[in-house]
Design a protein around this ligand. Sequence first.
Ligand SMILES: *Cc1c(COP(=O)(O)O)cnc(C)c1O
Length: 396
Amino acid sequence: MSSKTLDQFLNENLEDLKGKGLYNVIDPLESPNGPVITINGIEMINLSSNNYLGLATDERLKKTADEAIEKFGVGAGAVRTINGTLQLHIELEEVLAKFKKTEAAIAYQSGFMCNMAAISAVMDKNDAILSDELNHASIIDGCRLSRAKIIRFNHSDMEDLRAKAKEAKESGLYNKIMVITDGVFSMDGDIAKLPEIVEIAEEFDLITYVDDAHGSGVLGEGAGTVKHFGLSDKVDFQIGTLSKAIGVVGGYVAGKQNLIDWLKVRSRPFLFSTSLTPADVAASKKAIEILMESTELNERLWENANYLKDGLQKLGFDIGHSETPITPCIVGDEVKTQQFSKRLYEEGVYAKSIVFPTVPRGTGRVRNMPSAAHTKEMLDNAISIYEKVGKELEII
Ligand SMILES: *Cc1c(COP(=O)(O)O)cnc(C)c1O
């Protein structure tokens, strides 16, 4: 028999969400998550995945993953510190450090896991963390886990950051102070003001932590936001994911050798959760090598992103102030946004609506993620569907 209290809690809350239209129903894909996807037997243009470079279905990565499975099997068999470290993991970490231009790197099972691992390995209840108010959920959870004092600053507001850094420093209350930010903010596509953040960090002796999940593979000719600003030796923690542009799954922290050495002995997911599978590691390493050899995919991503942005803007859509391929199409009203996304779906474009509380009230948007794998024909097709539905709902 199950707990009555639990049943009551679950049923009441599920009903509540459903009543408010906030219960998310998931559409399973019947195809790979490529530029075109199949859902319920219907093909549509996919503008919702983080597979920026199309690497999730790249033949070279698939072949490498197959070979790794043949040679090492499907699982790593243990946590990294017992005997779950294969030679492959070391090779991946060496390639990651080269890619990020840092002394060393450490791989984790996901980008989310990196933030669980790295923040609390260094920060504790005697410390403070200055955190951008729009930071990713995994950063927020990672900060909470550390038990440090969390001081939120207004989004990309450098005056606010400076004032709060000064106050924290001068209070004398904290042993260490960290500033932590997304490299690219995923809802608007804007880039963190890293040169100013680094300057403020130098002034107040802050530890710098940049989670570049959406910047890696995209900015800095692929190497990410920190490289884009030429700050590779000025940021203490560079977090990346292997799950977005890299197309596989996993995450990493890149930084100085002493930081990585410390994370290997003190970060709990490294010590207590089984390491990345051989296939994931081999495919990720291959992807990074491809990005280091050629900027072709990166260039195609930007070309497609600019093409889609131009097309939508010319039609009169409000695409916000994105500085990256992330292309929001801002509708405003929450109900209308959801209606817009639903009609796009019916016409053959898969682009998710994002509304309050994920973004501020009245700024509901449909978010588009163009990739290097889209053809001009697919994008033209998507733009004409946008035009039809936009006019129908009187958004343009
Ligand atoms: C997506 C994302 C993550 C999570 O990465 P996964 O590898 O999917 O777990 C972490 N941080 C930021 C900023 C992200 O955008």
